[in-house]
Design a protein around this ligand. Structure first.
Ligand SMILES: Cc1cc2nc3c(=O)[nH]c(=O)nc-3n(C[C@H](O)[C@H](O)[C@H](O)COP(=O)(O)OP(=O)(O)OC[C@H]3O[C@@H](n4cnc5c(N)ncnc54)[C@H](O)[C@@H]3O)c2cc1C
Length: 413
C-alpha cells in the first residue's frame, strides 16, 4: 500500500487508541505509517515480558484471509512468520477435512500481540507511544477527553482529535457512547455457548501442528498448537472444549470420566496433571453477541470486539485486524486532518457496520453442540455452501457470504 504522509494539519491532540490488543495495535501501526501521532493505552503489562499464553484461557487462534489482508496492508506479515506457526487447515483422524492454501498463521493471542508489538517498534519511528499498565477510566465522547491512570485511577486527562475504542468486549469507550449519546443503543443477545481448555501435554510429534485437529464434534473438541518457547523445541498443544452448558467438575476423577465418555482421545494426550487443571478451570460463557446502533459518535469510533463481540467461529481476531484496516482506509480517503478524522469515522461506520453485522450473524449459525447447526454444516459443506468455511476468504466480504446464505432462505434461518 502506498502510504501518503499528509502535510496537512494533523488531528489536534493526535489520536488515542484505547486498548493494545490486535485491533488497537494494528490501528496504531497504520496511523504511524500516515505520520499521525498516536497514543495507545493498554491496561495490561508489556506483552513481550508477559506470558505467551494464559494457562486458563489458551485457545489457539488462526489468522486466515481477512486477518492476512489487514496485516499485508500495514506490511506486518513478516513479524507473524517469526512468531507464529503457518496455518494449513483442519484435520480429523489424520485426514485433511479443510485445506487452507492461502497464507495464514496459528498461535496464541500473546503471540499475536507480540508480533504486532514488534511491528509497532519497526514502523512507528517514535510516532506511537504505547502506555502499558494504564487503564482508561472514562472518555468524553463530544470533546475526545480521555482520563487514565495506573490500576484504573483516572489521574491524568488529555484531549484527542479522535478516540479509537479498541478495548474489547467490555469496552469503556462503547459504554461512554451508550451513556452520553442519545439514541446510541447496544442490543445484547445471549446464546448457549461455553468454552474451556485442556492442555495436551503428552502430545509431541504425533499430530501436524500446522493444522487444527478436530478430536470430537459433540462436544466441540479442537486442538491447536503454538510455537515452542525455544527454537527447535516441540510446540505446545491446547484443546478447546466447547459445550452448550457450562462445564463444572467436582474432582479430577469427575473430569476424567466426562472426557472418557465424550472425547476419550484427550485422555491419551493429556497427563493426570493437565486433566486436574482442566477440572479446576473456569468454563467461560462465549455466547454473547452485542450489536451497536452505530460505530462512531462525537470524537469516538469503535473497532474490533469493542464494535460488537460475537461467538467464536475463528473470525474474532481476523475481524479485529480488518476493522482497523478499514478505519485506516477511511482516513486515507477523508484525510488525516482534524475534520478528516471525523469524516473518516463516519465513513468507517458505513463501511464496517454491515461487515460486523454479517460476521456476527454467521457466528450464530454454528453454536457448540447444536444438532441442527451441525447437520446444516454437514449438508452445506457437501454442497459447497458452508458459510463458516467461506468466512475465512479474505477476498469476499462477510456481507457477501451472509447475503448468499440468506438467499437460501429457511436453510439459514
Ligand atoms: C474462547 C475464545 C476463542 C477464540 N478463538 C478465536 C479464534 O480461533 N480465532 C479468532 O480470530 N478469534 C478468536 N477469538 C476472538 C479473539 O480473541 C478476539 O475477538 C480478539 O482478541 C479481539 O481483538 P480486540 O483487539 O478487538 O480486543 P481484545 O483482544 O479483547 O483486546 C482489547 C485490549 O484492550 C485492553 N483494555 C480493555 N479495557 C481497557 C481500558 N479500560 N483501558 C485500557 N486498556 C483496556 C485489554 O487489556 C486488551 O488488551 C476467540 C475468543 C474467545 C473468547
Amino acid at each position: 500500500m502506498a502510504v501518503r504522509r499528509s502535510g496537512a494539519p494533523q488531528p489536534s491532540g493526535g489520536i488515542a487508541v484505547v486498548g493494545g490488543g490486535p485491533a488497537g495495535l494494528l490501528a496504531a501501526i497504520a496511523l504511524a505509517r500516515r505520520g499521525i501521532p498516536t497514543t495507545v493505552f493498554e491496561r495490561d503489562g508489556d506483552p513481550r515480558t508477559s506470558p505467551r499464553f494464559d494457562p486458563d484461557r489458551s485457545y489457539t487462534i488462526d489468522i486466515t484471509g481477512h486477518g492476512h489482508r489487514a496485516l499485508q496492508h500495514v506490511d506486518a506479515t513478516r513479524f507473524f512468520d517469526r512468531r507464529l506457526l503457518p496455518f494449513r487447515g483442519i484435520q480429523h483422524a489424520g485426514r485433511v477435512v479443510e485445506h487452507w492454501r492461502e497464507p495464514g498463521w496459528t498461535g496464541s493471542r500473546g503471540d499475536i500481540v507480540r508480533a504486532l508489538t514488534d511491528a509497532v517498534e519497526h514502523t512507528a519511528e517514535g510516532r506511537v507511544q504505547v502506555h502499558h499498565g494504564r487503564r482508561v477510566g472514562s472518555v468524553d465522547v463530544a470533546t475526545g477527553e480521555v482520563a487514565w491512570g495506573p490500576a484504573g485511577d483516572p489521574a491524568t486527562t488529555r484531549r484527542f482529535g479522535l478516540v479509537v475504542g479498541a478495548d474489547g468486549a467490555g469496552s469503556v469507550v462503547r459504554r461512554a457512547m451508550q451513556e452520553q449519546v442519545p439514541g446510541f443503543v447496544v442490543r445484547r443477545t445471549e446464546l448457549p455457548n461455553h468454552l474451556t481448555m485442556v492442555e495436551l501435554d503428552r502430545l509431541s510429534d504425533q499430530l501436524d501442528p500446522h493444522f487444527l485437529q478436530a478430536l470430537a464434534t459433540r462436544p466441540f473438541c479442537v486442538a491447536g498448537a503454538i510455537r515452542a518457547d525455544q527454537d527447535g523445541g516441540p510446540p505446545r498443544w491446547f484443546c478447546a472444549v466447547g459445550t452448550r452448558h457450562e462445564l463444572r467438575f467436582a474432582s479430577p476423577d469427575d473430569a476424567r470420566a466426562w472426557l472418557r465418555r465424550h472425547c476419550p482421545r484427550v485422555l491419551d494426550l493429556a497427563s493426570p496433571d493437565a486433566v486436574a487443571a482442566f477440572a479446576r478451570r473456569r468454563c467461560y460463557h462465549v455466547g454473547q453477541k452485542l450489536t451497536c446502533s452505530a460505530l462512531s459518535a462525537g470524537r469516538c469510533v469503535l473497532i474490533g470486539d469493542a464494535a460488537g463481540p460475537f461467538p467464536p467461529i475463528g473470525q474474532g481476531v481476523n475481524a479485529a485486524l480488518e476493522s482497523a484496516m478499514v478505519l485506516d482506509r477511511c482516513l486515507e480517503r477523508a484525510g488525516a486532518t482534524p475534520e478528516g478524522c471525523l469524516a473518516a469515522a463516519a465513513l468507517y461506520d458505513r463501511a464496517w457496520g454491515p461487515e460486523v453485522e454479517a460476521v456476527s450473524w454467521i457466528s450464530t449459525k454454528m453454536l457448540f453442540e447444536n444438532r441442527l447447526h451441525m447437520l446444516r454444516a454437514d449438508v452445506t459443506m457437501r454442497l459447497g455452501l458452508n458459510v463458516v468455511g467461506q468466512a475465512k476468504d479474505g477476498a469476499t466480504p462477510w456481507s457477501v457470504v451472509a447475503g448468499r446464505a440468506r438467499r437460501l432462505g429457511p436453510l439459514w434461518w
